[in-house]
Design a protein around this ligand. Sequence first.
Ligand SMILES: [Fe+2]
Length: 215
Amino acid sequence: MNNIISIWPTNFIFEQQAPETTPEFLTTIQSIGEEYEAMHPEAHVPVAMRKSNVETTYNLLNDERPAAQLFKRMLKERMTTLATIEGFYNPDKVIFEASTALRVFKPGEYAKPHNHRSVDYVAVLWLSLDITDPTNNNTHQELAGNRLHMIDPISNRSRLLNHRMCWPVSPIPGTFLIHPASVYHTSEMNIGNVDTVALVTNIKVSETVRNYVTL
Ligand SMILES: [Fe+2]
């Protein structure tokens, strides 16, 4: 058949365990992240709910230590690959800007469905967690724990196919995912005994031509 066209694909970069993620790297980058978390206790509190009105966010990519800089290079390399797949004009020349923070899900916590509509791409690197997800758990009902579900952005396609509306990620330490920011996602509850810790990076395509005027 040569009359089939496949349009509007959704491109992710997914590595069950990224090759750079040695146990030493994961431990080091997590401890750097925990330092920043301790110094910025309101980093994840919505602006209107903050007790202080000073800038409270941080960006791990500003840290000069080798683990943070290695992670910055990982992001750059993968984003150049993704830009190529996405069909960017001159993908090698696209400038990305990114902000990385540590996110912690304590036992019993989960991420409600959301997307990151103020940015262009999102990268998630899992650092440590209790692996509770049994293999071959493909039921609709059974909780796997810590699984991230990426939700089909075109939710009414293939209604008569038994397609998967959710694409599940069963993370282990070192699992690395980059997805378009517009894709909704949700995580299953952390049913382990320890925190699930990940680096979440918001990535923007830097606009080199801007002719907007402030109103
Ligand atoms: Fe998210």
